[in-house]
Design a protein around this ligand. Structure first.
Ligand code: NAP
Length: 256
């Protein structure tokens, strides 16, 4: 019998990553939960005790190249990766410290690259089956959302990287796609979004609400599953309540 798929989720103990781990387990697959913080990993491990046989927890900093390579060598046969680890920073461009810009690029963009490359190497070493990599980008990588010069640049970089890796790794059977979420109700959004920012999203997202992490997880699962998305690679798919589709936007219908 074929081995169950095994999915490494970075940033897997919080927010979108955590919802993806839940969806992977509900699908009957295995998950490797990688995150920075011991305590949040421990708390999540306790909650998921019932699935202990299908899970592995790794304390991992995605910017630590050697640790990431080691993790991919030791975590068993990983068939898919979700790069959800990330940080957000809101500063006007004129006040953005270069050190903060560097840190955002280091974690969001380079971290995703380091993990994707280590996964592709590990999948390549095993030969045969191929795999799927899903990068969590953002609609801030596609438009000039104010105060996000570093964050937006990191996510725009992820979109381009996704297309390059998809092209280079297609012959290896490794598909690479990205999800571009709009505002999603997670600890990160909670910490970053002031009341004014929340009101701005409510005005500019046609569906006038935050998305749920589970709504990202469903698409991640689809993109990880070769049976459902085996011919899709190099795509950036928005899950954003219509934000990226909208032009001039004036709600004219209160409700049906
Ligand atoms: P979250 O709840 O803060 O989850 C992110 C996780 O990544 C946290 O557990 C964080 O740990 C971890 N992390 C940070 N730096 C790391 C590193 N160097 N190595 C490993 N793990 C690290 O945020 P989220 O909202 O779920 O965000 C997940 C992804 O979705 C991010 O890439 C984010 O940019 C993207 N996204 C989010 C939204 C949104 O509205 N929420 C919208 C678009 C895109 P600590 O908590 O210990 O820092």
């Amino acid at each position: 019998m074929a081995e169950k798929p095994s999915i490494l989720v970075t940033g897997g103990a919080s927010g979108i990553g955590r919802a993806i781990v839940g969806a992977v387990l509900r699908q009957g697959w295995r998950a490797v939960v990688a995150d920075l913080d011991h305590d949040s990993l421990d708390r999540f491990a306790n909650e998921l005790e019932a699935h202990a046989g299908e899970l592995r927890f790794e304390r991992l900093d995605v910017t630590d190249e050697a640790a990431v390579e080691r993790c991919l060598e030791q975590c068993g046969a990983v068939t898919g990766v979700v790069n959800s680890a990330g940080i957000g920073r809101n500063y006007p461009a004129l006040e953005t410290p270069v050190a903060e810009f560097r840190r955002v690029l280091e974690i969001n963009l380079l971290g995703s690259f380091i993990v994707a490359r280590a996964a592709a190497r590990a999948i390549g070493r095993r030969g045969g089956e191929g795999g799927s990599i899903v990068n969590i980008s953002s609609i801030s990588g596609q438009s000039g959302n104010m105060n996000r010069v570093a964050y937006g640049a990191s996510k725009g970089g992820i979109d381009t990287m996704t297309r390059v890796l998809a092209t280079e790794w297609a012959p290896l059977g490794i598909r690479v796609n990205a999800i571009a979420p709009g505002p999603i109700a997670t600890p990160m959004a909670q910490a970053m979004h002031s009341d004014a920012v929340k009101a701005a999203w409510a005005r500019t997202v046609p569906m006038a609400r935050y998305g749920r992490p589970e709504e990202i997880a469903e698409l991640a699962l689809f993109l990880l599953d070769p049976g459902r998305s085996g011919y899709i690679t190099g795509q950036i798919v928005a899950v954003d309540g219509g934000f990226s589709a909208a032009g001039i936007f004036e709600p004219t219908i209160d409700r049906f």
